[in-house]
Design a protein around this ligand. Structure first.
Ligand SMILES: NC(=O)c1ccc[n+]([C@@H]2O[C@H](COP(=O)([O-])OP(=O)(O)OC[C@H]3O[C@@H](n4cnc5c(N)ncnc54)[C@H](OP(=O)(O)O)[C@@H]3O)[C@@H](O)[C@H]2O)c1
Length: 240
């Protein structure tokens, strides 16, 4: 898709990567940019039209699809990481379900309700914000890792199912971003959300199916086809 002149909707647009994405869309000349948020009043960027919605509430999604019937680019960015695992903390099963409710089922419902809108508007595109965690599990984040792996698989299904209506479906994967979500994770370099947003839109415009936004993510994806020890070095030194 061409970004210039498109009508985009971004979920979770009030902070983090979502805010970087709406800024990049405005900067590249999108005709309309709907910034979806759970909290009215938190979308303040010039050129962004606020839309109040919670992606875990189907009625909000139906209302958004009716209000924003001109959308040609849907960006499912909203996501959570409860950083829990039912293995190490059994009571956290409810948290794991919460990760899935947002990252998998919320994203899937957005796609289901907006697919006809995109089809009616000529095909357009969907960008699902996934993660390097779609490819490699992170200890003590079972809910997040499972949800992003499942959302990757869902994105691959969606791409095939929307082929006939001409909708481009892109998965965006990356490692830690310099945003609130990863704020409590171990030090190390974090990616600039503005740069990741630019790579995502470049990938969309280039007609890619998948954008791997950083070196670490590209390396992880390559190692998927090999021995699990290549992806999980600690398996080679049990007990360490
Ligand atoms: N941060 C990382 O290191 C990293 C790495 C790889 C992938 N990702 C993915 O990138 C995306 C953006 O993450 P981020 O780092 O920008 O996170 P963030 O700073 O925590 O922002 C998350 C955004 O999602 C919104 N959101 C959460 N649940 C929602 C719901 N049920 N309905 C509507 N909006 C909801 C939040 O809204 P509120 O302000 O209302 O909470 C917020 O706007 C996520 O899908 C995340 O999993 C992040």
């Amino acid at each position: 898709v061409r970004i210039e002149g498109c009508v985009a909707l971004v979920t979770g647009a009030n902070r983090g990567l979502g805010r970087a994405l709406v800024r990049e869309l405005v900067g590249r000349g999108a005709r309309t940019v709907y910034g979806a948020t759970r909290t009215p009043g938190t979308i303040t960027d010039p050129g962004v039209t606020p839309l109040t919605m919670d992606i875990t509430r189907p009625e909000d999604i139906v209302a958004a699809a009716a209000r924003a019937g001109d959308v040609t680019l849907l960006i499912n960015n909203a996501g959570i990481d409860t950083s829990t695992s039912p293995i190490s903390a059994p009571k956290s099963e409810a948290e794991m379900r919460r990760d899935l409710e947002t990252n998998l089922f919320g994203t899937a419902e957005m796609c289901r309700r907006f697919a006809p809108v995109l089809g009616a508007n000529g095909g357009g595109a969907i960008l699902n914000v996934l993660s390097a965690a779609s490819f490699v599990a992170v200890p003590n984040t079972a809910g997040y890792s499972v949800s992003k792996a499942a959302a990757w698989s869902f994105t691959n299904v969606l791409r095939l199912e929307l082929l006939n209506q001409g909708t481009q479906v892109v998965g965006l994967h990356m490692s830690y971003l310099d945003t609130d979500q990863a704020a409590t994770r171990s030090g190390g370099r974090r990616l600039d959300p503005a740069r990741v947003a630019a790579s995502a839109l470049d990938g969309l415009e280039a007609g890619q199916h998948e954008v791997l936004a950083d070196t670490m993510t590209r390396m992880v994806k390559k190692r998927l086809g090999g021995d699990p020890v290549a992806l999980y070095p600690s398996l080679a030194r049990p007990g360490s």
